[in-house]
Write a protein that binds this ligand. Structure first.
Ligand SMILES: *Cc1c(COP(=O)(O)O)cnc(C)c1O
Length: 363
């Protein structure tokens, strides 16, 4: 059986070494030494001055919205994971969907200005599949209308934009370290901001707002992460370059063996390096996608429709809305299997099934 993704697991000895330390120290959570060590090593690896290790990517988004004190309307993308939108609603704000660009699959900056009103407080955009948004265009609009910018970089671990970590952009960026992501700590997330005051505020909020023993500096929540999760993060970080290199090879093989596919892969931002987190294909029609999925399933190969349906249509707590590109792309995009243990032979097998299906189908 081939799944769409499989979490990377380090050699168990690597993990056990950290676990032994936890047992000896008997310090299990609350910003322990492994969590601090992970934060330090991630700063080194990503070349960032500041970051905070938090419970998960969703809490990271909620902390970002809360710390920036956003109110009213937040402009966002309908083509993302549900947490991007649900965090906005959870924090008592209204998501305002702006359609996406069909080449990058990211929010289309040329459509943002028309959606801005006096109620707009921010733009929350996702670097979809790790592919950077048009950051310069978004920042220009944000500056003009005095809006905050949050980037959902859940997929964007190790991506750079114009020579700097992608997480340096916007007022706050977040990343997810969930088991299904490129780099993971089982569950986990990162909050990144260059603003030291904002960083302090998020750090306080992460720990119930406790500023000192018996003292509360702000409204807070439990956004901490545990030593066990930090241990997984530390153990995995040793392999991240190998993981990315392997995914690069697999991606190049897909590119070669799917050269004649009736569809396209998103256009990667020209100022940036890919991290090979996903292999999405936008098929020419939804019918072709459904046929391909069915044919792959017959061969025990499981793909995922990331992200379908459009968030502007999918959520029972929001009025459904048509957005031409997002609707069309969401129906036609399929993420193909991509993970560390996948082999070149398996990629060729998957690709053959796809090409055979498209050449036999009438639609
Ligand atoms: C995974 C994901 C999240 C949520 O991250 P968790 O760590 O699972 O809470 C948010 N946004 C996007 C785009 C994601 O893919």
């Amino acid at each position: 059986m081939i799944q769409v993704t499989k979490p990377f697991l380090p050699p168990i000895e690597d993990y056990k070494e950290y676990i032994d330390k936890i047992w000896n120290r008997q310090w299990l959570t609350n910003m322990g030494p492994l969590s601090s060590d992970l934060e330090m090593r991630l700063k080194e690896f990503l070349k960032l001055d500041h970051l905070l290790f938090v419970t998960n990517g969703t809490i990271a988004l909620q902390l970002a919205i809360k710390a920036l004190e956003l109110k009213g309307d937040i402009i966002t993308t309908p083509f993302s994971f549900v947490a991007t939108t649900s965090s906005i609603v959870w924090e008592g704000c209204n998501p305002i969907f702006v359609d996406i660009d069909e080449r990058s699959l990211n929010i289309d900056p040329s459509k943002i200005e028309a959606a801005i009103t006096e109620n707009t407080s921010a733009i929350l955009a996702t670097h979809v599949y790790g592919n950077p948004c048009d950051i310069d265009a978004i920042q220009k609009i944000a500056d003009k209308y005095k809006l905050k910018v949050i980037y959902d970089g859940a997929h964007a671990f190790s991506v750079n934009y114009k020579g700097k970590s992608i997480f340096e952009y916007g007022d706050i960026s977040i990343c997810s370290l969930h088991a299904t992501k490129l780099y993971h700590s089982t569950e986990g997330g990162l909050v990144i901001t260059k603003d030291p005051t904002l960083l302090k505020k998020v750090a306080l909020m992460r720990n119930f707002g406790i500023s000192d023993f018996n003292k509360f500096g702000d409204l807070g929540i439990n956004g901490k992460n545990s030593e066990f999760h930090a241990a997984m993060g530390l153990a995995n970080l040793k392999y991240i370059n190998q993981i990315i290199e392997k995914r690069r090879e697999l991606t190049l093989q897909y590119n070669t063996s799917l050269k004649t596919v009736k569809g396209y892969t998103p256009k990667w931002n020209e100022f940036s390096n890919p991290n090979f987190a996903y292999y999405p294909v936008v098929f020419e029609t939804e019918q072709l996608l459904l046929n391909v999925m069915a044919e792959l399933e017959k061969n025990q190969i499981f793909t995922r429709r990331y992200f379908y349906p459009s968030l502007a249509k999918a959520l029972p707590y929001l009025a459904p809305q048509d957005l031409a590109q997002a609707d069309s792309i969401a129906k036609r995009v399929l993420c193909l299997p991509l993970y560390f243990d996948l082999t070149i032979e398996e990629i060729n097998f998957i690709s053959r099934i796809i090409l055979r299906t498209q050449n036999n189908t009438e639609w």
